[in-house]
Design a binder for this molecule. Structure first.
Ligand code: AMP
Length: 406
C-alpha cells in the first residue's frame, strides 16, 4: 500500500459478506475485523474512506414479486458493528452509485468513513458491467482491493473498476497482500518436504487442486468423504460411505499419476464407521476398504491418524484444505482435531503452515488452533483457486505486467 493517501478519497473494496442472525445482527465479525488495518491505514494517512462490499446473494434470493429484498440484504446491517470496531461514526449511503452516492462521497472529509449500499443490488456487479464500474470509479481518487474472498470473481467492484484507475492509483489492501504473500510460500518454491492435506466431501471439488499438487507436493494426504471414492477405485468395499461414482476413473488416474511421479499419496487406511449419519449413531473401527453394507466412514481411524501425523511432522511446508471427517459432529471430529494438532506441532517446530478453504478453516477455529498455525486464509474459493495455480481476476486487475513478472 505505497500510495500516499493524504487528501485522497480511497474507494476500498472489502469483503463484508458476514453472517447475520434472524434480527439482522452480525453473528461473526471476523471479515469486518480483517478489513480494519487497511481502513485505518488510509484514515491515519489523512485520506477519506469509501467502502464497497457485497452482502449475500440478493440477485438469487429475491422477493416473491421478483424485486430485490433490500431489507434483508442491505449493508446497513453492518454499520453499528463497524462503528464499534472503528470507534468512529460510519456514514451510510443507501445507494451504491447515483446522485446521492456522488453527493455523499464528494462531501466526505479526510478522516471520514462512508459505506455504500450492497454492490449486488445492481445487476451490473456480477456481470462486471463497465458502465457500473465506471460510475463506481468516479466516486474515489484511488482504488484499493482488499476483498480477497471475492478476488476469484470478475465482478464490477472487484475487477472491472480497476481499469479506470492508473497504475499509481490502485493497489491491494493489507489483507489481500497478506493472503497473496502467504499463498506464494506454498505455490512458489515451497520449502521441502511439502506436505498437502486435502479433505472434505467431494473429489470433484478438489480434483484441480490434487492435479496441481501432484506436480508440487512431496506427500499428499487425503481424508474426509472424498477418500472413499479412492478406496472404491482400488476395488475396496466402502458400504454406504460417500462416493462419487462418476469420479472413480479420475481417482484411478490420480493414484497412478502419484505413483509415476513418486509422490507419496496417503489414504486413511482405517476409518470410524457409523450405522447412521448422526452424532449418536453406533460406531466402530474398520479398514477403510472393507466397510460392511449399512455402515459409512465418517472419520479417519487411529492408524490413519498416526500415519498422517508422522508425515506432517517431517514437513517444512504444509497446506491444508478440507476436514478429515464430519467434524461438525463431536463423535467424528477426532481425526480432524488430531491432524490440526499435528499441523500446530509441526509449525511450532519451524514448518510454514497455511490453512485455506472453507471447512478446514472452520475446524481450526473451532479447535482454537488458529494462532498455532502460520496463516489462516479468509478466502475459501479464492484460496482454492490460487492453490490450483489460477490467476485471480481481482489480482490481475491490479498487478502491473512488471509486478507479475518480477
Ligand atoms: P468441503 O467443503 O468439500 O471441504 O467439505 C466439508 C464437508 O465434508 C464437511 O461438512 C464435512 O462434514 C464433510 N465430510 C467430511 N468427511 C466426511 C465423510 N467421511 N462423510 C461425509 N461427509 C464428510
Amino acid at each position: 500500500m505505497d500510495i500516499d493517501f493524504k487528501g485522497k478519497k480511497a474507494l476500498i473494496r472489502v469483503d463484508f459478506n458476514v453472517p447475520l442472525d434472524e434480527n439482522y445482527i452480525v453473528k461473526d465479525d471476523t471479515r469486518i475485523r480483517r478489513a480494519l488495518p487497511t481502513i485505518k491505514h488510509v484514515l491515519e494517512a489523512g485520506g477519506a474512506v469509501i467502502l464497497l462490499s457485497h452482502l449475500g446473494r440478493p440477485g438469487k434470493k429475491r422477493k416473491e414479486d421478483g424485486s430485490i429484498d433490500r431489507e434483508r440484504f442491505t449493508l446497513k446491517h453492518v454499520v453499528d458493528r463497524l462503528s464499534e470496531l472503528m470507534v468512529l461514526e460510519v456514514q451510510f449511503c443507501d445507494e451504491t452509485v447515483g446522485e446521492k452516492a456522488q453527493a455523499m462521497t464528494s462531501a466526505l472529509n479526510p478522516g471520514e468513513l462512508l459505506l455504500l449500499e450492497n454492490t449486488r443490488f445492481n445487476d451490473g456487479e456480477k456481470t462486471g458491467d463497465e458502465n457500473f464500474a465506471q460510475a463506481l470509479s468516479e466516486l474515489g481518487d484511488v482504488y484499493v482491493n482488499d476483498a480477497f474472498g471475492t478476488a476469484h470473481r470478475a465482478h464490477a467492484s472487484t475487477t472491472t473498476v480497476a481499469q479506470f484507475f492508473t497504475e499509481d492509483c490502485k493497489c491491494f489492501g493489507k489483507l489481500m497482500g497478506n493472503e497473496l504473500e502467504n499463498a506464494k510460500k506454498v505455490t512458489d518454491n515451497p520449502e521441502r518436504p511439502f506436505v498437502a492435506i486435502v479433505g472434505g466431501a467431494k473429489v470433484s471439488d478438489k480434483i484441480l487442486l490434487l492435479e496441481k499438487l501432484l506436480d508440487e507436493a512431496d506427500t499428499i494426504i487425503v481424508g474426509g468423504g472424498m477418500a472413499y471414492t479412492f478406496f472404491k477405485a482400488q476395488g475396496g468395499s466402502i458400504g454406504n460411505s460417500l462416493v462419487e461414482e462418476d469420479r472413480i476413473d479420475v481417482a484411478k488416474k490420480v493414484l497412478s499419476l502419484a505413483e509415476g511421479k513418486g509422490v507419496k499419496f496417503l489414504l486413511p487406511q482405517d476409518s470410524i464407521i457409523a450405522d447412521d449419519f448422526a452424532n449418536d449413531a453406533n460406531s466402530k473401527m474398520s479398514a477403510s476398504g472393507d466397510i460392511p453394507d449399512g455402515w459409512m466412514g465418517l472419520d479417519i481411524g487411529p492408524y490413519a491418524i498416526q500415519a498422517f501425523q508422522e508425515a506432517i511432522q517431517e514437513a517444512k511446508t504444509i497446506v491444508w484444505n478440507g476436514p478429515m471427517g464430519v467434524f461438525e459432529m463431536d463423535a467424528f471430529a477426532n481425526g480432524t482435531k488430531e491432524v490440526a494438532l499435528a499441523v500446530a506441532k509441526a509449525t511450532e517446530n519451524g514448518a510454514f503452515s497455511l490453512v485455506g478453504g472453507g471447512d478446514s478453516v472452520a475446524a481450526v477455529t473451532k479447535m482454537n488452533l488458529s494462532k498455532k498455525v502460520s496463516y489462516v486464509s479468509t478466502g475459501g474459493g479464492a484460496m482454492l483457486e490460487l492453490l490450483e495455480g489460477k490467476v485471480l481476476p481481482g489480482v490481475k486487475a491490479i498487478e502491473t505486467v512488471d509486478s507479475v513478472e518480477g
